[in-house]
Design a protein around this ligand. Structure first.
Ligand SMILES: CC(C)(COP(=O)(O)OP(=O)(O)OC[C@H]1O[C@@H](n2cnc3c(N)ncnc32)[C@H](O)[C@@H]1OP(=O)(O)O)[C@@H](O)C(=O)NCCC(=O)NCCS
Length: 444
């Protein structure tokens, strides 16, 4: 359904401007970064127009795009046409000389089809005349996979080298680079290399910021639940448990990419027309993210977090930066807190005290552990508190600060007088502490 179709006409423009505001930090963060996006040949058979359109949008937003396409259904058809039967061993195609000709034919046709579609630019939009340049070439050097378990894979190959200079030159020139599931050897032979291996090797060699794998279905737990975020340790444990074949195969790719130095691997359901853009430009995403770093959860605080929060805030209370809170008070007010949990350690916290009648809320006790500052965590905590305030229908949030007013002012807070505070809060104001009052009106 068009997300705006239920909105009254006069609110549609507000909906769009709001979406743009939410996406802006992600657009800013991704600009100039390299993303490798891999998809199977099926993606060209249904929903291709939407996929190509979204890839073009990502490119236009300043992301350096390397696309890697597979061609399994196209290869299967070409083999049938030539009367060749497909042979696989351990999930890998065995490519003999006749098979290689079918692979070359199918891969070439698929690549040309992608190039043709990308040449359409963004039809039906104000950017329809835009020209996208696509560069493909002999960027992948391959070697034969050889004989494994007594099985000769013949023209099935493995990546030996990625021409990072060549790819970077093309990206620097503003082109989209398109890689196929093929590699060439210095002896002049062609090898069929699985698209995922090309994508993983390219992402690692290029030091890509993200490897994005488009799947035919969302990645799920064996019970069918969504997997939002895993760190490599959790992903390895799931692979070890071998509970689900699809999950194991996909997470193994993520682990291989992580070993190759890729810090973020995203799995996105290509059949959801909004999934790719939502994954990249919204906080919640829609797919599964596997990160090289330990998993940092930003979540509501629980009673078991009290000790961790106290450890974090006590030095700041001693320095007069934060107001003192007893353990008992913290236990009573724990529901008001959100925390950032890094593999069990509390590394950041913040609280929201709502005044529903006045439609205001106090942001309090914002702290990030000194070892984890200056990496945007303060911003993320603030954004989370603002979301919560909006959810409660509050129109503005205020903060009382002694040493951090510039941090807040740089984030849209403005100095205000004591009189703006809700009466019950004003009565509790500590004149000896003499904190400044800053207020931020929340955008709708
Ligand atoms: C303020 C705080 C939460 C920011 O956390 P963070 O994770 O480092 O935040 P971000 O990464 O989003 O922002 C870092 C930026 O804030 C700046 N900053 C940090 N403390 C600041 C302060 N007191 N005044 C002004 N700017 C400050 C940093 O210099 C950095 O900017 P720069 O890289 O341009 O120099 C953290 O410094 C902290 O816990 N401070 C002590 C507790 C506190 O003051 N809380 C507010 C109570 S009202």
């Amino acid at each position: 359904m068009d997300p705006t179709s239920w909105v009254p006409a006069r609110d549609v423009s507000a909906f769009h401007t709001q979406s743009l505001r939410h996406a802006a930090p992600y657009i800013h963060a991704h600009r100039g970064h390299t993303f490798v996006v891999a998809f199977g040949g099926e993606a060209l058979e249904d929903g291709a127009a939407g996929l190509i359109h979204d890839l073009a949008v990502i490119h236009v937003l300043g992301i350096r795009l390397v696309l890697v396409h597979g061609a399994r259904p196209q290869i299967e058809r070409a083999m049938r046409r030539h009367g060749i039967s497909s042979r696989f061993h351990q999930g890998r195609r065995i490519t003999d000389a006749a098979g290689l000709r079918a692979v070359e034919e199918a891969v070439a046709a698929t690549r040309v089809a992608i190039e043709a579609r990308l040449s359409m630019g963004l039809p039906g939009t104000p950017m329809s005349g835009m020209r996208l340049r696509v560069v493909s070439g002999n960027f992948i050097t391959a070697r034969p996979l050889g004989v494994i378990d007594g099985v000769d894979y013949q023209y099935t190959g493995a990546v030996r080298r990625v021409d990072t200079h060549g790819i970077r030159d093309a990206l620097d020139d503003g082109a989209i680079v398109l890689l196929s599931a093929l590699g060439y050897s210095p002896t002049g032979e062609t090898f069929n290399v699985p698209a995922r291996e090309v994508a993983t090797a390219a992402a690692g060699a290029l030091d890509a910021d993200k490897l994005i794998l488009l799947l035919n279905a969302p990645l799920q737990t064996p019970q069918g639940g969504r997997i939002h975020h895993l760190n490599v340790r959790e992903a390895a444990a799931l692979v070890e448990s071998a509970a689900d074949e699809v999950l194991t195969a996909n997470l193994s790719t993520a682990l291989a990419a992580s070993r190759a130095g890729v810090r973020r691997v995203h799995f996105v359901n290509r059949k959801d027309p909004d999934a790719l853009l939502a994954e990249l430009f919204t906080r919640e995403g829609t797919g599964t993210l596997v990160t090289a770093e330990p998993y940092e959860a930003l979540r509501r605080a629980r009673i078991g977090d009290v000790a961790g929060i106290l450890e974090l805030i006590e030095p700041l209370e001693a320095a007069g930066v934060l107001v003192r809170r007893s353990r008992e008070q913290l236990e009573l007010e724990i529901d008001r807190f959100v925390v950032m949990d890094l593999d069990g350690a509390i590394i950041a916290c913040a609280a929201l005290y709502p005044y529903l009648e006045e439609r205001m809320g106090e942001l309090a006790c914002l702290a990030v552990h000194p070892d984890h500052r200056r990496e945007g965590r303060g911003d993320r905590m603030l954004a989370r508190v603002e979301d919560e305030a909006r959810r409660l229908g509050l129109e503005c949030i205020f903060v009382l600060t002694t040493q951090t007013d510039h941090w807040f002012r740089e984030r849209g807070f403005e100095p205000a007088s004591l009189d703006v505070l809700p009466m019950p809060r004003k009565q509790l104001y500590n004149y000896r502490r003499n904190a400044r009052v800053l207020v931020k009106r929340l955008p709708d």
